[in-house]
Design a protein around this ligand. Structure first.
Ligand SMILES: [Zn+2]
Length: 415
């Protein structure tokens, strides 16, 4: 379990559902902030899970204001920071290259090209902080105040002569890895997202900032390939995505989303997150809200184009979601391809299990031996001939067939 603390705006915009309006789901213009727009007026409205007001970071749609834009060009100010008691070893740009270009490529692939992530380094050397690392009192699960407030103020003061903070959407702080404990003991990496109370620089609030500390290196020899993955996870919070791991670790979602597991082999985001971030068109999402039987064709999530996500709402604040996961793109270790079925709940907060994956083979031990991949849920997807039932809500999902291209036919029945 890797505790992370995320500060977010308390204000939540409640989605108002429009009834009886146009069912048009054509191409949506790129929204200025995270999330699909126009949902309230589309046929997908009954499937747009609403967030609860008392939830800090919700899976609900739309994402509250204050987070970073998740489509178009994202300017990510990236600073490498060190301390007198933890001086940077090697060049600051070597530290930068532990995360780039992999992070921007990961986002390009995950977003089907809709997020153009530009890491920018107006300062290419270590930015020395005025206090020693231990002077900030940053420790496991540190909240924003007071150590982080001081650290962000010091970063702003040190960078300001060379940086116009108005030019950036998010800030990445790549701390020298020798500051603080080993990531094997405690992962300090953290994101303060949608934080309107953060320090101000050049007239803009540093509301979305990700901090990465010691290397997530398990000694398996894969660090150079997969160690960057903590950064897309942290940046996911700047777009308003909650943590999907819980006190019990990755048992709720396993390796099916980088917000659940960011160690080990590469993985993608859930289709729900891709829709929430504006990376899927409305035409790629099905909403099975009406009674009766309806069939959909789903194409593998990693592959651009085609149907990607079917939602089966349970109530206004929760929905089942179906998607096809096969090996490819960012999904590196799919040992049992098929239809992944999970529930999204807009009333459950970050780190408490807002998403739950249903395991088609419970207590099987899973099909992967890949290090740092939650094994039990690795064989969760449903295969042709298998079905998922929620008798209480009269919902049945049957996986009908898979064709040679890896496209699946699913049937949703509501009684
Ligand atoms: Zn996190």
């Amino acid at each position: 379990m890797r505790p992370r603390r995320t500060a977010a705006l308390a204000a939540v915009t409640v989605l108002t559902l429009a009834v009886g309006t146009s069912a048009g789901t054509g191409r949506l213009p790129a929204p200025a902030t995270a999330g699909p727009i126009g949902t309230a007026r589309s046929a997908l409205a009954p499937c747009a899970v609403q967030g609860a007001v008392d939830v800090q970071m919700t899976e609900g749609i739309p994402t509250p204001h204050g987070y970073a834009r998740s489509t178009g060009t994202l300017h990510a100010l990236t600073l490498m920071v060190d301390f007198s008691d933890a001086p940077g070893q090697g060049s600051a740009m070597d530290r930068f290259h532990e995360f780039f270009p992999q992070t921007q490529e990961w986002f390009r692939t995950a977003s089907y090209g809709r997020l153009d992530y530009r890491p920018e380094t107006p300062i290419t050397t270590w930015l020395r902080m005025p206090k020693p690392f231990k002077g900030y009192g940053i420790e496991r699960g540190a909240p924003f105040d007071p150590g982080y407030r001081q650290l962000v103020q010091d970063i702003v003061a040190a960078a300001d002569p060379k940086v116009d903070f108005r030019a950036y959407d998010i800030v990445n702080v790549l701390v020298t890895p020798n500051a603080g404990p080993s990531a094997l003991d405690t992962v300090l990496s953290v994101t303060f997202a949608g934080n309107g109370d953060a320090p101000v620089a050049d007239g803009v609030t540093i509301a979305n900032a990700s901090f990465v500390y010691s290397r997530q290196d398990d000694g398996s020899g894969s660090y150079s390939r997969t160690g960057y993955r903590v950064l897309p996870h942290e940046n996911g919070h700047t777009f308003g995505l909650p943590d999907l791991y819980t006190q019990e670790g990755g048992g709720a979602v396993g390796h099916w989303d980088i917000m659940s597991e960011d160690w080990g082999a590469d993985n993608d985001l859930l289709g729900w997150h891709k829709w929430k971030l504006g990376w899927l068109d409305g035409s790629q999402v099905g909403c099975a809200a009406a009674r009766g039987s309806i069939e959909y064709v789903l194409t593998p999530l990693y592959r651009p184009g085609g149907g990607k996500l079917v939602l089966v709402p349970v109530d206004a604040r929760s929905s089942y979601a179906l998607e096809v996961r096969e090996q490819g793109g960012n999904d590196e270790v799919v040992c049992r391809p098929g239809v992944l079925i999970y529930k999204v709940d807009g009333t459950i907060d970050t780190g408490r299990g807002p998403v739950t994956v249903y395991d088609s083979h419970r207590d099987s031990g899973g099909c992967t031996r890949s290090p740092n991949v939650q094994a039990e849920l690795s064989d969760a997807p449903f295969s042709p001939g298998e079905s998922f039932k929620d008798p209480r809500h009269g919902i049945t999902v049957q996986v009908i067939s898979r064709d040679g291209d890896g496209d699946y036919r699913v049937r949703v029945t509501r009684t």
